[in-house]
Write a protein that binds this ligand. Sequence first.
Ligand SMILES: Nc1ncnc2c1ncn2[C@@H]1O[C@H](COP(=O)(O)OP(=O)(O)OP(=O)(O)O)[C@@H](O)[C@H]1O
Ligand SMILES: [Mg+2]
Length: 270
Amino acid sequence: MGLTASSPIVLEGENLTMRFGGLVAMAEVAFTLKRGEILGIIGPNGAGKSTLLNIITGIYIPSSGEVRLEGERLNGVPAHKIVARGIARTFQSSRLFGDLSVLDNVIIGRHTHTKAGVFDAIFRRGRAKAELDAAAAHAETLLKSVSRGLHEQRHRPAGELAQADRRRLEIARALATDPKVLLLDEPSSGMDDADTDALMDDIRAVCAQRPDLALMIIEHDMRLVASLPHRVMVLDYGQKLADGPYEEIRRIPRVQEAYLGRKAAQHAGA
Ligand SMILES: Nc1ncnc2c1ncn2[C@@H]1O[C@H](COP(=O)(O)OP(=O)(O)OP(=O)(O)O)[C@@H](O)[C@H]1O
Ligand SMILES: [Mg+2]
């Protein structure tokens, strides 16, 4: 169950470079992600972390290099088809529909798997009703599996949720597409330690229930980075500085200079 030495690679990137005019946001980065694996991604602001997620999800087309999902090339595949093939994500800034209920936000997350469009998903019209009832039942189950507290709030507008519950809802919505790979962009940002700990427990539970799910998680919270991922990749100025278990990468001088040292200085109030 979960990650083993023989787990197959589900997602890989090779030689990924991303230029914006004269700016090189990503330079020849390679990575692999195995089935059941949790890969952390750290690095200073502007290191290229979100750019990598945008490349994987088809929002950006890399200047060179390629991304493969289960061996199939994703370059040039439109973003919505990449979702349908099994890669889901959350964004650094919230993209929930604040006026819609928690449940409807999850149902919309699943709409790539139904023939009905988003509009029908909200208003439950016509011939799509049976399909939408199934989507609602699925969304309820999913909410419960991510967080009982969130499920209890399923009829509230998403905009009324506390910050930590919004993040949980974003994760539930991403899971609604039954992904093979889930990409999280700074899920704990803006949270205090207690909320971050609770979120970590929920992510662990999500992974335990889905042992094949592979996760990439961009994080700045070092307590989370130290305990959740199997492996951590360090980016700096678009380059890969290191890739390995946290206990190994934290000892690498270049990683300390580029990132961990700066974080320690921030914590000391510098
Ligand atoms: N669409 C774009 N057009 C121009 N430059 C971009 C674009 N997207 C990203 N960049 C630049 O690429 C670099 C990497 O940005 P990215 O958002 O990937 O950083 P990040 O590691 O996610 O940082 P943060 O921790 O602040 O979220 C930055 O210099 C950024 O300004
Ligand atoms: Mg970012």
